[in-house]
Design a protein around this ligand. Structure first.
Ligand SMILES: Nc1ncnc2c1ncn2[C@@H]1O[C@H](COP(=O)(O)OP(=O)(O)O)[C@@H](O)[C@H]1O
Ligand SMILES: [Mg+2]
Length: 319
């Protein structure tokens, strides 16, 4: 299904337009064939007529619209898995964290979301036999809770070279929701140039929640969030990488029984993510993970883990 035709081979695309399209995050004909016209106009600074023509040309060279289930199966077979470093969590996730998908960890403050993200960004660097993909991480930090010293500690206590480990994590501090969109646009360029197999957004919704307050702004917020998640999924599919997002909780006043919390972000987030995992604090240092939504993983199974100097570890059975 690989397309041999490059952007610059399209009729009407000269070197200068090709470079504008690259700068806007478009590197192949497939991504142009699926590009929204307004996005091309705004980001690449080309006219609407030119954008329409380019998309039309790109579609002529793209045959991805109709594929058989067998083709899809072949694509899914290329899917890789990143270990979470803990057997019970790997079992919960059907073997590990999937590429070509968005996995969401949601839970209250201090439930371990950022710790899992940091730990994963070290595991992905390991060779396949150790559960990694020999690859880098792009870590998008919206809350300022990314701690290089914690990564240093985890790397060192696992016998890894801390400086090398830190050098393989590309860090982007994100200041507002527009900036977050921009970083994800830039991610297409970064992932094209660097061997990134894990993209973390910790947390995905913080900025939208604080910027779009009130019912009157809800639909705009949800629309933008939807667009953001679509881009993240496209990133995961185009580069066969894993996207992890974290999410906060929102209390559910209608819940008389069961969990009084639910993930923030409503339907947009529930439809936009592939697998959702709820994290909660149990006793002292014990954490519990449960699948709350997934097209392929069984719900309601639980996995226990603890947070230690070494990162995330199997919970020790009670003696
Ligand atoms: N070096 C460490 N050793 C043991 N526990 C740690 C260590 N660093 C952080 N933690 C634990 O991780 C918790 C924070 O988890 P974090 O992933 O930041 O939560 P959040 O879900 O809010 O992102 C702290 O409350 C602490 O219990
Ligand atoms: Mg956090």
């Amino acid at each position: 299904m690989e397309n041999e035709v490059g952007i610059e081979d399209l009729a009407g695309v000269g070197p200068s337009t090709a470079s504008k399209l690259n700068d806007a995050g478009y590197y192949n004909v497939q991504s142009l064939a699926a590009a929204p016209i307004t996005e091309l106009v705004n980001k690449a600074g080309i006219t609407q007529a030119a954008a329409l023509k380019i998309v039309e040309e790109a579609r002529k060279h793209t045959s991805i619209d109709l594929i058989t289930a067998k083709d899809l199966w072949e694509k899914r077979k290329q899917m890789d898995k990143i270990s979470l470093g803990v057997d019970s969590l790997n079992q919960l996730l059907g073997g590990g964290l999937e590429t070509q998908a968005i996995t969401e960890f949601w839970g209250e403050y201090a439930s371990g979301k950022s710790q899992i993200c940091m730990y994963l960004s070290i595991i992905v660097q390991q060779p396949k036999e150790k559960g990694g993909l020999d690859a880098k991480t792009l870590f998008i930090d919206t809350e300022g809770t990314f701690h290089p010293q914690r990564l240093y500690q985890i790397a060192e206590s696992n016998g890894l070279n801390p400086e090398e480990t830190l050098a393989n994590i590309i860090y982007a501090r994100c200041y507002n929701s527009d900036h977050q969109q921009l970083i994800v646009d830039t991610a297409f360029k970064i992932c094209h140039e660097e061997n990134v197999k894990l993209v973390v957004v910790d947390s995905v919704i913080t900025h939208w929640r604080s910027e779009y307050v009130g019912r009157e702004n809800l639909s705009e917020r949800q629309q933008k969030l939807n667009n953001h998640l679509h881009k993240l999924l496209r990133l995961a599919e185009v580069f066969n990488l894993a996207v992890v997002v974290t999410n906060q909780v929102q209390s559910n006043p209608q819940a008389f029984f069961g969990n009084p919390n639910r993930p923030a972000g409503g339907n947009v987030l529930s439809h936009g993510t592939t697998h959702r995992i709820y994290l909660r604090k149990s006793s002292k240092n014990l954490r519990v993970a449960t699948i709350t939504d997934s097209p392929s993983l069984p719900p309601d199974k639980e996995a226990l883990f603890t947070i230690t100097e070494k990162g995330i570890e199997e919970a020790q059975p009670k003696t």
